[in-house]
Ligand binder design. Structure first.
Ligand SMILES: Nc1ncnc2c1ncn2[C@@H]1O[C@H](COP(=O)(O)OP(=O)(O)OP(=O)(O)O)[C@@H](O)[C@H]1O
Ligand SMILES: Cc1ncc(COP(=O)(O)O)c(N)n1
Length: 273
């Protein structure tokens, strides 16, 4: 059985964070483990509270998983502060893990900060050199590069700049590019650009899309997919999850983690509520 670990925050509302990651791992048939970095009091309307763990508690959870169960791939989500980033980076080095996906979570949809501003340099200097793939959305790519991203050429330039920080593969996600009819994610491996494009879905149900997408990449890497194949399957997974909402909550609703496996052979999703 292949194993995948998520190092991320808890979303009490179940749509993002550790909960989204474990649901995705389950659907993609890998055994999921977790190290909690923070507890958030959260629902589809927003984040009502953030309670970070001590870095030592995060390190201890990773140690417990690593020394017994191990992992074939891992992802990081909400890391919140520099102390937690340092603890996570040290453990990744200690265990020699290479299939590391970093979702550089910074701000929740409702605007709450999930990463302290002063932790950005720790993220760049300590964690990014250890990762195989980073998956920023457009605002996160802007913070990492210091440039504003308006066009496809800007996305390409930002990917090149993040590659220069020592990251092997960069996926800049297109979810925030609301002026186009397509949601285009671009992958850069230092040489080539690959574009993953799907029709943009007009919906309020996008809570946790980034978490789910990066968890799907992680699950596929754990099973032995190449980077390109993992991103391609993750894009299909998130498209199905957004296209088949569950009608939960009064705000930004969660995506549907069952939908991908409800697709028929012709590609039509046969999900029924
Ligand atoms: N409305 C949409 N229609 C189709 N695909 C979308 C839509 N919104 C997001 N996506 C896809 O979902 C994935 C996550 O992208 P997004 O840019 O929303 O990440 P994110 O902002 O980090 O997500 P979040 O912060 O909600 O977890 C990408 O593959 C993106 O293309
Ligand atoms: C614990 C946790 N991790 C990540 C996100 C980002 O997801 P979103 O931007 O959809 O709120 C979140 N809201 N909560």
């Amino acid at each position: 059985m292949k194993r995948a670990m998520t190092i991320a925050g808890s979303d009490s509302g179940g749509g993002a964070g550790i909960q989204a990651d474990l649901k995705t791992f389950q659907e993609l048939k890998v055994f999921g483990t977790s190290a909690l970095t923070a507890v958030t009091a959260q629902n589809t309307l927003g984040v009502q509270g953030v309670f970070p763990m001590e870095p030592e508690a995060v390190a201890s959870q990773i140690q417990s998983v690593g020394e017994d169960i191990g992992t074939d791939a891992l992802k990081t989500g909400m890391l919140f502060n520099a102390g937690i980033i340092q603890a996570v980076s040290e453990k990744i080095k200690q265990f020699g893990w290479e299939k590391v996906v970093v979702d550089p979570v910074m701000i929740a949809k409702g605007g709450a900060s999930l990463l302290q501003q002063e932790a950005v340099s720790a993220l760049k200097n300590q964690l990014l050199p250890l990762c195989l793939i980073i998956t920023p959305n457009i605002p996160e790519a802007e913070v990492l590069t210091g440039m504003s991203i308006r066009s496809m050429d800007d996305k390409k330039e930002a990917a090149k700049r993040i590659h220069a920080l020592g990251v092997k593969n960069i996926v800049i996600k297109g979810g925030h590019d609301t002026e186009t009819n397509e949601s285009v994610d671009i992958l850069f491996d230092g040489k080539e650009f690959v574009f993953f494009s799907t029709p943009r879905i007009e919906t309020n149900n996008t809570h946790g899309t980034g978490c789910t997408f990066s968890a799907a990449i992680t699950a596929q890497l754990a099973k032995g997919s190449s980077v390109r194949e993992a991103v391609s399957i993750a894009k299909e997974f998130i498209q199905a999850a957004i296209a088949n909402p569950l009608g939960i909550g009064n705000g930004h609703g969660p995506t549907n983690h069952w939908a991908f496996n409800s697709k028929t052979e012709s590609g039509v999703i046969s999900w029924q509520e």
